[in-house]
Design a binder for this molecule. Structure first.
Ligand SMILES: Cc1cc2nc3c(=O)[nH]c(=O)nc-3n(C[C@H](O)[C@H](O)[C@H](O)COP(=O)(O)O)c2cc1C
Length: 168
């Protein structure tokens, strides 16, 4: 597998923590670099053929703030030959009508959907509506550290095993 670049936006550090856990799940033999969007550029992303993007959910369908700086630039970003896997954090108990909407918005705003891998089953979560649920599948890994923290390690492990097969 080619090197992996994980890029995340995180306000209170929850997405940051999960990004670190995802890196660990790849194991020592894989080359995986983790970037906080706050301190990174599009040039950093260009280096990787395997990308993982992470965001939490805010406001009305909003991604974590740091994504705003990047997302408009994606129109000029060449995704040819790349694979992109997404993960999102949210709180299904407090926000059941907009659960992990940041993840859904990130997916919607990516110009080339054909490069996206790592979709995830909706079973095991309890919510009314989510922008990240498209035709009964989540567009990426969904993590709820508020209500299902105990499930996080096994979810990450299963998802990483899956995307290892889907990545370049
Ligand atoms: C003001 C506010 C709005 C939020 N809106 C949503 C939401 O619409 N949907 C959701 O699933 N979670 C929502 N959350 C929960 C966050 O996405 C969640 O706490 C996440 O783990 C934060 O991750 P971070 O610290 O990496 O930014 C909201 C939290 C706050 C404080």
């Amino acid at each position: 597998m080619k090197p992996v670049g994980i890029f995340y936006g995180s306000t209170y550090g929850m997405t940051e923590k999960v990004a670190g856990q995802i890196k660990e799940a790849f194991g020592k033999s894989a080359e995986v670099d983790v970037y906080n969007l706050k301190n990174s550029t599009l040039e950093d992303m260009k280096k990787y053929d395997n990308l993982i993007f992470g965001t939490s959910a805010w406001g009305i369908g909003e991604m974590q703030d740091d994504w705003e700086r990047f997302i408009d630039q994606f129109e000029n970003f060449d995704f040819t030959g790349k694979k992109v896997a997404l993960f999102g954090l949210g709180d299904q108990k407090e926000y059941p009508e907009s659960f992990v909407d940041g993840l859904g918005t990130l997916y919607c705003r990516l110009p080339d959907k054909s490069v996206i891998v790592g979709e995830w089953p909706v079973e095991g979560y309890d919510y009314y509506f989510s922008l990240a649920d498209i035709d009964g599948r989540f567009v990426g890994l969904v993590i709820d550290e508020h209500n299902q923290k105990n499930l996080t390690p096994q979810r990450i492990k299963k998802w990483v095993d899956q995307i290892k097969k889907e990545f370049n």
